[in-house]
Write a protein that binds this ligand. Sequence first.
Ligand SMILES: [Zn+2]
Length: 661
Amino acid sequence: MKQRMLPIILGLGLAITGCGYDTLENTSDADAQGHTAPTQATIEANKQVLKELPFNNMEDFEQANRGLIAREDSLRIKAPKGAPNEYVWDQDAYKFIQGEAPDSVNPSLWRQAKLNSIHGLFKVTEGVYQLRGYDLSNMTIIEGDKGYILVDPLTSQETASKGLAFVRKHLGYKPVSAIIFTHSHGDHFGGVLGVVPEEERSTVQVIAPEGFMEESTSENMLAGPTMIRRLAYMYGLNLARSERGHVDTGLGKEPAFGTTGILAPTHIISQTPQPMIVDGVDFVFHNAPSTEAPAELMFYLPKLKAFCGSEVTSRNMHNLYTLRGAKVRDALAWSNAIEKTRTEFHDADIYFASHHWPIWGNDKIQDFLKKQRDTYKFIHDQTLHMAHSGVTPKEIAEKLKMPEALRTNFSNRGYYGTVSHNAKAVYQGYYGWFDGNPANLNPLPPVEAGKQYVELMGGSEALLKNAQALFDKGNYRFVAEVLSHLVFSDPSNTSARQLLARTYDQLGYQAESGPWRDVYLTGAYELRHNRPEKGFNPAMAKDLLMHAPLEKYFDTLAVRLDGAAAEGEEMILNFTFPDLDVTHVVTIENSVMHHHIGEPVADADATITQDHETFVDIAVELMTPVDAMLDGKLEVDNLLAMRKFKSMTSEPDFTFDIVMP
Ligand SMILES: [Zn+2]
């Protein structure tokens, strides 16, 4: 086997590419990253926000600080070797978030950013604690008879183990008796191996919703490379943590990028309600599939009257569609799951969740749950209501206004999801991408459209002049649209890129949603500095890949096939894993790759023999195929066939251009 064969197969190659465009000069009003000063129009727009929301209501701050047991003055967690940043977690970087909002941050987002900066170990109620601000998500600690029941062990092993050590320092040492994964998103399971040492992995109880393993390992593999690239936009991974950079995601500060892993569940929650005693503690589980995640649960601790909303409920409007790119979520199922738990656990006195801070008091919890329920149902129902009169997605997104009771309640604000992109998601879920207008059926792709628009608008100089005039009037949304045509028609036009970057700065500064701000500011950053040179380090995902079903790898392999390169080719390969006693037979015909588990095909073009770990090690680039062959860990009986196979596949690009062609 030659070169980086298996990394290609798994789509986890580390892409390092350059970009041909000059980086732009900083202007006099720019910060170190090039982000320009907020304009008068932005300052005024952000001032207006102060008039629209009850900023003098400090209840959220009281709740977010209530029950504090301990807080570390400095909270920095070193990243493992090979991670993108020096620290896998750095709360200290957010110390600038205090006092009044600067002109370059929407005051409503600033408020949420302040709340999400409150970190430490907190007592929720007798026997229930939360570690907040050690990752994007919370880790909840429930005292059992024999040890700690940990709910959602964070995103990375580094943050989770540091967090647990802090818990033990203040609550005393106890083993981990059980793990509850509330859902299939990485920030709720990725750190598990950091809190369950190797020798305890076979005895710890692991509870997860139905479909957990399938969902937690599927979404991120097939669609992974594109999602990872877009994740950098959505979470502002390459932005400075600063007044003109990243301040918050809305849901929490940011996801920790460290070593991930997973553990297979020992107990599956498939019913509602599903009572269970976990390490001596009474639980009532509620299976809530197809809500915020495809596999999700909520639970109630009846003796404590404490309800865990997982991520089905949160202290902001969540995403019916997430900007990193994912399948749209079912607003109705989501709303219904909230209502079902609200009525079933109607006597709850304490609410806590996988993100944000708790609520104490039955009335407040009921009010909160009703408003969460109605946020998603309102967007769902009113989107369809408008669509039935022919209103199209962009128009719905513009027109749809939440009722005052929801609009003025901070927990329903669009810090993470927004009314605009969630309404489009509902439309998309029912009607797909096409709005019915023939003009939108087959439009020209961006570069070709860009060239023709520029010509139609009298050439690049005239367009730029007009765009500048619109910019001066604060018409940033339209400026972005027309300048994007110019940049796609000619990315070497530095004036166009500079003005578009300035435009994205202003759109970012005005955004209330953390992801919107980060998407705009990352766009501005990349227009100025080009796309990142380094992609994703696959070694971080080894533990996760070791637990993912092999079939998923082969599904991913099929996506790597370059249809044009495979034109007219036919091929059969046996991938044999003696330690798993299984062979995956891969077939190529009609420019399509299939795979199945079965007997090795006798006259296959090649047979590749390796154990599971070698396969994964090569995939995550901890081992080269050549080294694996020299070590006797990998056997390939026909290198020529493998080379041909390689020529028909291509590596995903984790650094592709987004704001330029
Ligand atoms: Zn989460």
